[in-house]
Design a protein around this ligand. Structure first.
Ligand code: 2M8
Length: 443
């Protein structure tokens, strides 16, 4: 595709968002993801505000309507579409007493991007409208953050845990896949693994690989391990206290926690503007700020990692989530400098089309495989926003221009090869369109 000018790009982005509009909520893309996803909707609202701020508010309202009684906001709120492979019949959210009767959803959450979307929407409103908006959404957001700190960090470490990689948003990213292979490959899966013919046969039943090439997704056995983990969550009725004791995976995810740190700072600002107090655990986290991520820093390699809480060890497999602390807040200059060394290194993250989700020198790297190599528009946006927060506006500008170039040359795809910028995954992808609008409409 020849490169487009700003007007054409804007027109196309609007078309994609219209195509995926399901009435007050936006699906990420047709067929592959036909429901409402948490962080997708937040990224969508961030760009949508430039077209129609009321519609952006609506996007957040529908998301908050999916909230559980304990405060959790699920990562998918299901509609009526049937094409998705892990849909409402799989999750059976009704097994939890916390799930409201009129909601069908997953039993886990996703990186809490909602506060960022609420604040950016607020920037597109008049002062009076903004305060009314903040007052409207604050109770749900406050309950969500307090749930995260209370139920996902019962020992008060300051860092919340995830039970499933689907909650991280970066499904097949290397550190999580390491954990899945280590803890979640049951004897049944190992048996299937020893029979390539059986594994091949099972592939026929996959819905996702009938839409995008199998080479861009996780293996069938890995997907079966993902299903097993979710089924265990279901068997424990999505009870966080039980899961904290019994979940096979207990990960302090670096991306999740970085996004939460910034979201809590936003929540503090919202609360201040409307004269409300923060809830106790959220207040503590607000006061602690970005320093909580120190526990995930490794001085030897100069990088941030997720932590396996079962073993207490950092999972020393790099992925681009290690740059997310830049987005969380202001880091020590020395740490930013070390992160930049990795970002520039041509052997790892310094690719022609930044930022690869997995570094080139990782055994996991594949240029078009989902979260094991491709550059994504949402994570590029998080990283470039974080670079600005840390006084690196020129670095941010380079990523911004390359990001726009990939979309302009390749279209509104789900992800792009970090080697040559070629598009892959689903076409007409909502957050690609919305975040491009956000980048094009910056001051
Ligand atoms: C992908 O994840 C879903 C599960 O949530 C899947 O693969 O089925 C991820 O890219 C995730 O980050 C994203 O929110 C979701 C919808 O776009 O798709």
């Amino acid at each position: 595709m020849a490169s487009m000018n700003t007007r054409t790009m804007t027109k196309q982005a609007k078309e994609v968002l219209k195509l995926n509009d399901m009435g007050g909520k936006t699906r990420p893309t047709a067929k592959l993801y036909p429901h409402q996803w948490l962080w997708d909707s937040a990224f969508i609202a961030i760009g949508l505000r430039h077209i129609d701020v009321q519609r952006a508010q609506e996007e957040i309202r529908t998301l908050l309507k999916g909230q559980w009684k304990n405060g959790m906001i699920p990562y998918i709120i299901f509609g009526t579409a049937t094409e998705y492979h892990a849909g409402p019949n799989f999750w059976q959210s009704e097994v939890s007493p916390n799930c409201p009767d009129d909601v069908k959803s997953t039993g886990g959450t996703q990186p809490p991007m909602i506060a960022e979307a609420v604040v950016r929407i607020g920037q597109s409103l008049s002062k009076a409208e903004r305060l009314a908006w903040y007052k409207e959404v604050y109770p749900a957001l406050a309950a969500y953050h307090e749930w995260l700190y209370r139920d996902r960090d019962p020992e008060g470490t300051g860092l919340v845990v995830l039970f499933h990689s689907w909650e991280s948003g970066l499904d097949n990213n290397p550190p999580w896949m390491e954990m899945v292979h280590k803890y979640a490959f049951t004897p049944k899966l190992r048996l299937i693994d020893s029979s390539p013919a059986l594994a091949k046969f099972l592939e026929r039943f996959r819905k996702d690989t009938s839409i995008v090439p199998a080479s861009e997704r996780m293996s069938t056995l890995e997907l079966m391990a993902f299903y097993d983990l979710a089924k265990r969550m279901r068997a424990l009725k999505y009870d966080d206290a039980e899961l904290y004791k019994k979940s096979k995976l207990l990960i302090q995810d670096i991306g999740m926690n970085s996004i939460l740190v910034r979201a809590t700072q936003h929540l503090g600002a919202i609360a201040k503007d409307i004269g409300e107090p923060l809830q106790p655990l959220t207040q503590k986290a607000y006061d602690r700020g970005v320093t909580v991520l120190d526990a995930l820093w490794d001085e030897d390699t100069g990088f941030y990692y997720s932590k396996d809480l079962r073993s207490g060890e950092l999972i020393r497999f790099m992925n681009h989530a290690g740059f997310m602390p830049l987005y969380a807040g202001k880091l020590a200059k020395k740490r930013t400098a070390r992160l930049l060394t990795h970002l520039h290194d041509p052997a790892s993250f310094g690719t022609a089309y930044p930022v690869p989700s997995t570094p080139l020198n990782s055994p996991y790297f594949k240029q078009h495989c989902y979260w094991q190599g491709p550059a994504w528009i949402n994570t590029n946006w998080l990283i470039l926003t974080g670079l600005r927060t840390n006084g690196q506006s020129q670095e941010a500008e380079t990523i911004k221009q390359k990001t726009l170039e990939m979309i302009s040359e390749g279209g509104m795809h789900e992800y792009f090869s970090p080697l040559d910028g070629s598009p892959a995954g689903a076409p007409n992808f909502s957050w690609t369109a919305s975040l491009m609008l956000e980048l094009l409409n910056e001051e």
